[in-house]
Design a protein around this ligand. Sequence first.
Ligand SMILES: NC(=O)c1ccc[n+]([C@@H]2O[C@H](COP(=O)([O-])OP(=O)(O)OC[C@H]3O[C@@H](n4cnc5c(N)ncnc54)[C@H](O)[C@@H]3O)[C@@H](O)[C@H]2O)c1
Length: 429
Amino acid sequence: MEPIRLGVVGTGRGKTFMHPQACTGFKLCAICDRNQEKLDLCKKAYDTDGTLLTFTDFDEMINSGAIDAVVLANYFNEHAPFAIKALKAGIHVMSECAAINTLAEGVELCRTVEETGKIYMIAENYPYSKPRLEMKRVYESGEIGQIQFGKGEYCHAMQNPETYRISPGECHWRNLIPATYYCTHAIAPIMHITNTMPVRVNGFVGQLKDQSYRGLEYRHMDPGGMIVCQMDNGAVVNTLQGAVKVHSGITEIYGTKGGMSIDRESGNVTVWHENVDKGDKPNMRTYTPDWPEYGDLASQAGHGGGDFWTLFYFGKAIQENKQPWLNVYRACAMSCIGILAWKSVLDGGRSYDVPQWDNEEDRKKYENDNWTPFYKEGDDLTGKPPSAVSWVPSEEAHQAAKAVWEARHYWGLGWDGKTIDDNYAKVKV
Ligand SMILES: NC(=O)c1ccc[n+]([C@@H]2O[C@H](COP(=O)([O-])OP(=O)(O)OC[C@H]3O[C@@H](n4cnc5c(N)ncnc54)[C@H](O)[C@@H]3O)[C@@H](O)[C@H]2O)c1
């Protein structure tokens, strides 16, 4: 088949998709970033035959006729409007997480995928790490029965100045993101392994009385966002994400006939069955699983191989003209639990229903729900803070962060494109 002509927007995370393996079916044809400096560096690194086009304007890229598909690796909270535009321009979309920033965006996104018939996929790579694919295989064999309880974690512990470096600008999404929002890496593996969907959600975040441990932290995020989901088979799943101070990323499933987990230290899979009442010894095995296929290619990719599989399944979906497992409905479901859990946090832990994204009658209820903690100048922030304890970084933290941004030539290209000083002047929550 002719290669699928790929465009990528965003030259940070986006670089992961700029050297596609031949078996994915893609050829990189265009890249887009409004930061010319980063764009030039990527052109140099990834233009293998002198034909790679560069754009600073997304609309120009999607209307250029040069691409069939696009990967969206722009800002976390701006994916849906880009996806909708691209789909309407006849371009298949793979969107980085999160798929949506508001429930209203989710409604519009689902409708647009249905109307255009173009392929849409969320680039959620965590279900496709080696141990999680093995857990899916074990689950589907029936060995541990049906999920009753699950636990998923994604906490990327980081210190300053690394956090400053990856969050350039006061309004950069990483500085404003509430603790429940970066949730897809924690929930998606459980949805994928067990083929279940979250239907009801509530949320909690750490609200330590003594906040002094945050020191010169610049992010507003409260530590440790916890989401509790009721799944569509009745199981309960608990996810942990956000700025806790230790790295954690395990997936655990307790089924009706046994349990399985990722070993924290080795990353191997543990499967167990036990009958304590009878005095049996726990029947437990821990082992290093194999890849199902394309192991050599997957092993070379980032995030435990997951970065290979997302592009592979996106290409396959386009070639077969069939929406992938990580389709728009699952993309919206796994993304919206972070939004709903945050509403729950600010509402004393109240539970919220997850919209039925494939049901127009149900999702219509959310078509005007534009609630978001990511703000622009002049927005009314009442009831939409990014921190439950109203924590605000200190002036000292701002100066420390600003020094790093300037040294790295981030001249204020935060999410609204204003200068660092403009941003600082305008945000005082
Ligand atoms: N799946 C994963 O493992 C994984 C890992 C890292 C990041 N991500 C996701 O990828 C996305 C990007 O992450 P990042 O760390 O690269 O973020 P980032 O904020 O560092 O980079 C975003 C890039 O997009 C560019 N951009 C923003 N708006 C643009 C516009 N309108 N036109 C052109 N370019 C624009 C910016 O200039 C910047 O270079 C986020 O949604 C993040 O959640 C996913």
